[in-house]
Design a protein around this ligand. Structure first.
Ligand SMILES: Cc1cc2nc3c(=O)[nH]c(=O)nc-3n(C[C@H](O)[C@H](O)[C@H](O)COP(=O)(O)O)c2cc1C
Length: 220
């Protein structure tokens, strides 16, 4: 079986999306031939599509960005649409994950993925909406023991060309309330703010964090 994993994260190979798919591919049998493509390599888009055109199944994984999908993910999916004959009748799975704990934030973009599959004439075989994924960057694998096992189960679903297991989907898509201590620390010590401020600084955009590039300024 030939599986294409389409990673839509702007962080590419260093993304949480990639970490999730590594959990999955680590348990796949050697009969499953995996081709990974990254939307960050979008300038080579036509080559990307050539790489995956012979595959039987497709897993698209991407993070939620401002309640939607990253622009590069959408661009890649739209370029797939231009070559829809290649994908007709094939199986497609989606994993959408987000920083905030409420997986329900991704409901709207999940509808887009279902519509996409139907417009492509592909078999929508399951979709995960998972919250709280930014923690993947900082915590070791054993912190996510149960989630990792559930992703391994999904990997086997893909290998068997079957839909994602219902209970596994429900488990991952559940909103998890943070414990009292964690909430106290996050709220009172501003750890969340400090974490994201550090990322802004690393990328040299901290001073521009309040920019509003699309604001329509009133004329005097
Ligand atoms: C520009 C930007 C916008 C984001 N918007 C949202 C959002 O609307 N809702 C949310 O829950 N998380 C949001 N996040 C958090 C990401 O979904 C989260 O960090 C995810 O784990 C990133 O995955 P990746 O490493 O695969 O790119 C945003 C992150 C960035 C950098």
């Amino acid at each position: 079986m030939k599986l294409a994993i389409i990673n839509g994260s702007p962080r590419g190979r260093k993304s949480n999306s990639n970490r999730i798919t590594e959990w999955m591919t680590s348990v796949m049998s050697e009969n499953t031939e995996v081709t990974k493509v990254f939307a960050v390599d979008i300038c080579k888009n036509s080559t990307l599509l050539k790489e995956i055109q012979g595959c039987d199944s497709f897993l698209v994984i991407f993070p939620l960005y401002t309640d939607a999908m990253p622009g590069i993910t959408k661009e890649l999916m739209e370029s797939m649409y231009e070559y829809k004959n290649i994908f007709l009748g094939k199986q497609i799975y989606f994993i959408i994950h987000s920083g905030f704990p409420e997986a329900s934030q991704s409901i709207v973009v999940e509808k887009y993925t279902k519509l996409f599959a139907s417009l492509m004439g592909m078999k929508y075989s399951g979709g995960i909406r998972m919250g709280g994924s930014e923690a993947l960057q900082i915590a070791p694998d054993n912190y996510f023991g149960k989630k990792k096992l559930v992703y391994e189960k999904l990997a086997r679903n893909i290998e068997n060309l079957e839909p994602f297991d219902y209970e596994a989907t429900e488990y991952l898509s559940r909103t998890r309330k943070r414990g009292v201590i964690v909430r106290f620390i996050l709220n009172h010590m501003n750890l969340n703010g400090m974490y994201w401020d550090r990322i802004l600084k690393v990328n040299g955009v901290y001073e521009r964090r309040f920019d509003r590039p699309y604001e329509i300024k009133k004329k005097d």
